[in-house]
Design a protein around this ligand. Structure first.
Ligand code: SF4
Ligand code: SF4
Length: 166
């Protein structure tokens, strides 16, 4: 889902085939959420916020979901909750809203072709284990990194992850 020009999130989700207005706020999703046990995330609240305003785009809990799909499997209204969260995240990113950590990791992927680029310590460990220092990735084939970057730029990924955090 790309940048939304809808005045509210639920309309944008509906356009993507995700209906959240049938939510009855039963809380089954929150009660089933493994992430909610360790964070302040309340799935039911995210769904409610998404129904009424675009404030959900700025709620840090939007990024606490691990996309385990437990809530989606259990929702008595068969609401595609996890798909909705992913779609809302996509809207947020297209609005320039992203956690600094995600932006950093994305920029590493763009620059190195890896979210966690290899370092000398890992190279040494690999050799100690009898492996080649570099894995069979863009680290070993630098020409392929240019191909990865071309692909990422062709879909606008570079522009999405560039720039200052809101
Ligand atoms: S389980 Fe479904 S109906 Fe119940 S609060 Fe969550 S989204 Fe709404
Ligand atoms: S998909 Fe996300 S919101 Fe749903 S139960 Fe799993 S972690 Fe919680």
């Amino acid at each position: 889902m790309t940048k939304s020009n809808k005045s509210n999130i639920s309309d944008a989700l509906k356009d993507a085939g995700i209906e959240i207005l049938t939510c009855l706020q039963c809380g089954t999703c929150s009660g089933s959420c493994p992430s909610g046990r360790y964070t302040g995330m309340i799935t039911r609240k995210l769904v409610r916020m998404a129904r009424v305003s675009t404030d959900v785009l700025h709620d840090p809990d939007l990024w606490m979901c691990t996309t385990c799909y437990t809530c989606q499997e259990r929702c008595p209204r068969e609401i595609k909750i996890t798909d909705a969260i992913l779609a809302i995240r996509a809207i947020a990113v297209h609005e320039g809203i992203m956690l600094p950590e995600h932006r950093k990791v994305s920029q590493l992927v763009l620059e190195h072709g890896h979210a966690v680029p290899i370092n000398d310590a890992v190279k040494e460990k690999r050799e100690h284990l009898g492996m080649e220092a570099l894995p069979e990735t863009v680290h070993k084939y630098p020409d392929a990194l240019a191909d990865v970057q071309t692909l990422l730029e062709s879909c606008g990924f570079d522009k999405l992850v560039a720039g200052a955090q809101e």
